[in-house]
Ligand binder design. Sequence first.
Ligand SMILES: Cc1ncc(COP(=O)(O)O)c(C=O)c1O
Length: 399
Amino acid sequence: MSRLDFDFYESEDPVWNPALLTIPVPGIRKMVNMAASMDDVIHLSIGQPDAPTPPHVVQATVDALNAGQTGYTMDAGLPELLEALAEYYGERSGRAISPENILITTGATEAIYLALTAVSAPGREFIVPDPSFMLYAPLIRMNGGEVKHIPTRAENNHQLDPQEVIDAIDTNTHAIILNSPSNPTGTVYPRETVETIVQEAAYRGIYVISDEVYDHLIYDDRDYASVLSCCSDLDHVMVMSSFSKTFSMAGMRVGWLIASQGAIRKLRRYHMFTTTVANTPCQWGGVAALKGDRSFVTDVVNTYKKRRNRLVELVDETPFLEGYVPEGAFYMFPSLPEGVNGNNVALRLLRETGVCTIAGDTFGESSRNALRFSYATSIENIERAFERIIPWMAKQDFG
Ligand SMILES: Cc1ncc(COP(=O)(O)O)c(C=O)c1O
């Protein structure tokens, strides 16, 4: 069980709620800020798509602004977007999803915030894969919940062993967090894994909270097992996603949460007390993304796949890095030899070669010897970065 290294009720500065101490110093910001003060930096650190937003989505947003769509929407979201999402998820998941099962949020970030803070409480335990996206554990801990990590490893493609998850469940377990494809590993869980976890969770009355923001960025024609297509009903699941990654709309801040109608009713009220509603003109952009030509998505998936393949080759050629083939998102999370401090390596790589990566400890405790590479950048940039990384690594003595 992971413990916090501070007393929840003691704060160094009484102005602040001590719960804020659960928020770590963001490793990503630190690196990116340092990189901003340097010349000739190549970024393998970026967590958002590099392709521009499809023009018809931009146009629909501009049209909405011009048509005066600048007020609040309904609290659950723009009805046209709720309808479009219900239809789209109905087709994709093979189950009936109604607009009442959906809440439109300010990016998946708000959906994650609402879901985790609405259910986390002292005495409740949450099973979270490690490494994982850095929001989950602090949001759970901020509300007094505890995090039980399940470590995953590069030599095993960072796959999650469903039996390990089941074995970790105890009487305090309240929810299991899944994120497939994963940030930072790019791992896609096979249907068997998701089904086994979801079914066991339902049987034990435990929630599965599934962050599916990369659900379209899947390579090699793999099957994608959304939690929505693996559960018998929505009673014990909350699924979040957004337009950010699929449609290159990260700054437009439109996401959603899908759950049972009862859960959505509760979360709607909470949403009113956090952001009120999501950005109205950008929700119209979202309607255009779902209803219009979606060939953009196929094109970006093909582009990411080529970059992924090249990155896998280059990592293979790099001394001391143990790679694997990530099957989704736009990240790879290779490890350095056991005991090597990934934070030092990331800092030195940036200072000495001008390549900006993100250290593994940003994403949890089990991967201090890892680096996250993002391939949301051109093949040329990836190749230029490795022209620097490979000779630098060859000079290290990590023995
Ligand atoms: C796993 C994961 N979930 C959620 C988000 C946030 O997405 P949004 O832009 O929709 O808030 C990100 C962004 O990097 C992410 O990597």
